[in-house]
Write a protein that binds this ligand. Sequence first.
Ligand code: RFL
Ligand code: PHB
Length: 375
Amino acid sequence: MRVQVAIVGGGPAGHLLGQLLYQAGIDAVVIEQRSQAYVQARIRAGVLEQGTTDLLDEGGFALGFGGSSHRIDLQHLTGGKQVMVYGQTEVTKDLMDARAAAGLATVYEAHEVSLHDFDTPHPSVRYSRGGVEHTVHCDFIAGCDGYHGVSRASVPAASLQTFERIYPFGWLGVLSDTPPVSHELVYANHARGFALCSMRSATRSRYYVQCSLDDKAEHWSDDAFWDELRRRLAPELADTLVTGPSIEKSIAPLRSFVAEPMRFGRLFLAGDAAHIVPPTGAKGLNLAASDVRYLARALAAFYQGSSHGIDHYSATCLARVWKAVRFSWWFTSLMHKFPDTGAFGQKIQEAELDYLVNSQAASTSLAENYVGLPL
Ligand code: RFL
Ligand code: PHB
C-alpha cells in the first residue's frame, strides 16, 4: 500500500488527524494494534476545551476545600469561553464512525508494527495481520500511538531528550449509572486526599479519589469508594451524593512527561506519544488535539510547496505543551496530599485556594489556563 501519511495509532489523536488530513485532501491510513471494539470501550478523558470541539457545555467548575465549595466562573473570567464534558469514549467513537462513513482506510489488529527509513524521504511502516506481512510506503509517519507506543521508541535514544515527574499517588476512578452530584465539575482538596466529581450524562457519573500507588481497584468495594468520596466533599454536596453499583473501577498512575523534539526527519510524534500530563488539569486529550491541528496544517502546507510548518512543528507544539505541563503540575500539586504535605502543607494549600477563589487576578489565571491557552 502507498499513502501520503501513515498514522500509527487509532486513539483520539490518530483518528482526529485522519479526519483533518481527509478534509485537507491528504490521503492517509490509520494503523491500530487493537480491535475496534477495544479502542471504543477504553474509558478516559472527560473535559474538552472549547477549541477542541464546540458541543454538555460547562460555564464553570467548583473548588472544594475547608468544608465548603467555591465556583470558578470560567465564562465570566475568560470573556465567554467554556469547556465541555464529553467522554473520550464518545469522541473516539464519533471519529471512528466519521472515518468509516467516509470510506477511509483503517487497519485494526495490526501486530508487530515497525517504523522504517523515516530519516529518508521514503519511510515505511510494516505490520502483520492475520499472519500476513504488510508494508505501507508513505511520505510521512505520524506517531499517534500513545505513551507505550512504538513510534517514540523507534527514535534513536541519543536524538531524544526526555523530562519526567512521577507523582507518589494514583486516581481511583469509578463510573456509575447515577445522576451527577453537581451539573458542574467539582475538584476537592481534603486532608485525606484529592477527589473529583465529573459526569458523562444526566444519568451517568464519573468520580475519582486520590489513592495510594500500591492500592488495587479490586480491593476497593463500592461502599468503601462512596464513603471515601463523601468524606472528601463539602457536607452539602456529600449529603446529596447519589450512589449505586460501579460499572467500571480502575486506578490510573499520575505522571508528567515530555519528549523533545517531536519531529525526527519524516516522523512526527503527536499526543500521548510525545507527552503525558496528570489528569488534574484535563489537558491530555486537548494537547493531542492541538498537536494534530498543527500537524495537519503543516502537512497541508508542505503539499502546497512550503516546508515551514513541518520545520517548526516541534517548536510550535512544545511551546504550548510546556505551558499545559506547567499548569497540570501546579494544579496537581495544589490539590493533592503528598507524602510530605503534613499539617503545614495542608494549611498552605488551603490558603492558596482561598486566595485563588477570592482574587480576580488569580482566578482569571486559573480560568485562562483551564479553558486552554490560545492555539
Ligand atoms: P491514546 O489514547 O493512548 O491512543 C494511542 C493509540 O495507539 C494504539 N497503539 C498502537 N497502534 C499501533 N501500533 C502500536 N505499536 C501501538 N501502540 C499503541 C493504542 O492501542 C491506542 O489506540 O493516545 P492519544 O491518541 O494521544 O490520546 C491521548 C489521550 O487518550 C489522553 O491524553 C487523555 O485520555 C488524557 N486524559 C484527559 N485528557 C483531557 O484532555 N481531558 C480530561 O479530562 C482527561 N482526563 C485523561 C483523563 C487520562 C486519564 N487516564 C486514564 C490516564 C482522565 C484519566 C483517568
Ligand atoms: C473526567 O470526567 O474523567 C475528568 C474530568 C476532569 C478532569 C479529569 C477527568 O480533570
